[in-house]
Design a protein around this ligand. Structure first.
Ligand code: NAD
Length: 259
């Protein structure tokens, strides 16, 4: 299927690695020019070069922390009028809520709620005036089924989800949609770091933990960031103009509910 977005421009945040990178690659394969961001310049430039070589699209790499005002300014200066915005940033740390101060919460809200809202605020009116816009927020399965040790993620991302639910109904009449993608367990650096930490704590080989975790998923495996990226590309397609305000779980069947 041709997604009808060839020649459009996308900002894909936090995309040198993992799920953001998967989204950037899938959009590039549809002929979308990209502005990609990440904090580490080296990994970002490497990803930019790989995408250019594989797809031939224009890729601008902006090395910055997207959760800061300066980082967002740099990104928007490179692309003030994107057709597509994919919001993403690193997830908050795990822990016990008793140890979290107000500052801990503000950092999580900044990264996983207020940064996407600020980027939506900066770009959505342009999309409305051009009668095309696709915004996808990478959130987490923790929005549907809270993960006990990830209280900061459960809370901050639910705030974003509630906000999006309201405005996504206001923009769709202008062919501007806003949706959320909720990853379960995907094979990225983030999950590898978590598994290594768990293996150390339990004093077992990381492969033991890996197999255990995969066994807990009905699919019997972790997701591939490319699968996630293709779902993102669909939500950004011309064909998805009637889909807005939705929360799509991509989790290999892990969420146990009927709805
Ligand atoms: P990852 O660690 O593999 O990649 C994160 C990417 O974001 C990297 O390119 C990194 O450079 C960039 N990044 C991080 N913080 C940034 C910042 N402040 N500014 C700019 N760039 C930044 O992580 P991932 O697994 O791809 O996860 C992406 C998001 O999805 C995270 O918020 C994570 O919590 C969430 N998530 C992931 C999973 C999973 O299984 N991988 C599950 C649920 C939720």
């Amino acid at each position: 299927m041709d997604f009808g977005i060839k020649g459009k421009t996308a900002i894909v945040c936090a995309s040198s690695k993992g799920l953001g990178r998967g989204c950037a690659f899938s959009l590039a394969r549809e002929g979308v020019n990209l502005v990609i961001t990440a904090r580490g310049k080296e990994a970002l430039e490497k990803t930019a070069e790989e995408i250019r070589a594989a797809t031939g699209v224009k890729v601008t790499a902006v090395a910055c922390d997207i959760t800061t005002e300066a980082g967002r300014k740099l990104t928007l200066a490179a692309c003030p009028d994107p057709d597509i915005l994919v919001n993403n940033a690193g997830g908050p740390p795990p822990g016990d809520f008793r140890n979290w101060t107000r500052d801990t919460w503000i950092a999580a809200l900044d990264a996983n709620m207020l940064t996407p809202i600020e980027l939506i605020r900066a770009t959505v009116d342009g999309m409305i005036s051009r009668k095309f816009g696709r915004i996808v927020n990478i959130t987490s399965s923790s929005v549907k089924a809270p993960i006990e040790i990830l209280g900061l993620s459960n809370g901050a991302r639910s705030g974003l989800t509630g906000f999006v639910a309201g405005i996504a109904r206001k923009t769709v009449a202008h062919n501007v949609t806003i949706n959320n993608l909720l990853p379960g367990s995907f094979d990225t650096d983030r999950i590898r770091t978590t598994l290594t930490a768990q293996a150390k704590t339990r004093g077992v080989d990381v492969e033991v933990i890996r197999k255990e975790r995969m066994g807990q998923c009905p699919a019997g495996r972790f997701g591939d960031p490319a699968e996630f990226g293709d779902a993102c590309a669909y939500l950004c397609s011309a064909q998805a103009g009637y889909v807005t305000g939705q929360n799509f779980l991509i989790d290999g069947g892990s969420y146990p509910g009927t709805y």
